[in-house]
Design a protein around this ligand. Sequence first.
Ligand code: PLP
Length: 447
Amino acid sequence: LPKNDLASQALDHCIFPIIDAADVKRDGPVVIASGKGMTITDGSGVDYLDMISAYTRANSLGYGNEEIAKAVYDQLCKMHYAGTVSMVTEPMVQLAKSLSELRPDAGLSRAFFVSGGSEAVESAIKIAKQYQIGSGKKPHAYKIIARWSAYHGATAGAMALTDHLSVAQTPDPRMPGVSKIPNPTCYRNPFGMGDEEYAMFCADYLEQQIIHEGPELVAAFIGEPLMQANGAQVPSKAYWQRVREICDKYGVLLIIDEVICCFGRTGKWFAAEHFDVMPDITTMAKALSAGYAPIGAVLTRPDIADAIDHFRHVHTFSGHAGCAAAANAVIAIKQRERLIPKALENGVYFKAGLVEALGEMPAVGDIRGLGHWHAVDFTSNRKTKALPDPKMVKGIAEKMRSLGVLVGAAGTAIEVAPALIASHADFDRTVAAFKQAIESVSKDYDI
Ligand code: PLP
């Protein structure tokens, strides 16, 4: 198809997720023709610096990586897929072993593979419930506690744990047994507490919720190590330490959902490492294959896996050999190029640049993040931290796009989360575009 026809053909034949249908019809989808490194090129030949990793954060090694493509190609030619039940392939076993070695102190040496983040969360829920029953510890436990504003996916079970965005607003019934508690947020919270006071309130709330639900019925608590709602919410170490303590006290399994944080996004293989917290079960996807193949995983400890004598769960593409080959190549590249520690250093550099350029701007309330995931949170009044006009936030992101830099609007904040190959020059350009966009857009608002 000629490139300029693609957008209209897409409107005729594709369904677009999350976004208002009227907006897509008005603006048309952006046809992306190619990508190399940090840059994507649209159908009219316009280049964009992708500082948001293809919006989903999956693209953690940039575009056009031939090493990963070749690893997948070679594997597909040799043995593309051996089914799921009782057969294994070399890349799948290699991947399971490598994952357990990335954070050996956590003892998460058993892996189950899936095709993405939501399936990883579904699998985690099933492991938690089947463990509680299989081990005989809590034979009737079916309840899961999740958090306000959480995002855990769009399939039925994962959506029940989700409290964020339009996926949580559909009218169909939810998986029973899920309750939600407050989550620690930075800068603003509904009770006007200080960040740390609020974080500890949220952690203590978990204990009250477990008691309220009946400890013998609660199988697990799930949380993202850093939450995405309103941009890169970095909690304190004390929060996660207290959550771990409470889970241990009541025999509640701790599921840490690393789908968006894992594999270097925050400058560690797993974001939970920042908080010295060990999950009982952890989920991952997205950057696991740097977006080169659809794969997710759930990891747990042998004592948990072994208590389940018959895991009642399966997906056709679990352990797909080509996807596992992509993930193995991604691990090899990230290790060889030392991209994870570099991401931590880059984060310090980027944050300093943001603070210097934007820190005193009247529309900017907070600048936070870790590694390759930062957010600038906006306000219409720095003294009162009043919410910004959502049109202003969107307008700033759009202005940055017109300056050739892609970032993501997330509620009151704009997020920057580039691939791990982003250079200091890419960060500098982003800071400059941010400053120009805020100056140009915020003057139309009464701040
Ligand atoms: N969990 C978290 C923390 C996520 O951020 C996401 C997606 O953004 C998911 C689960 C769902 O992953 P997927 O979209 O691959 O199903």
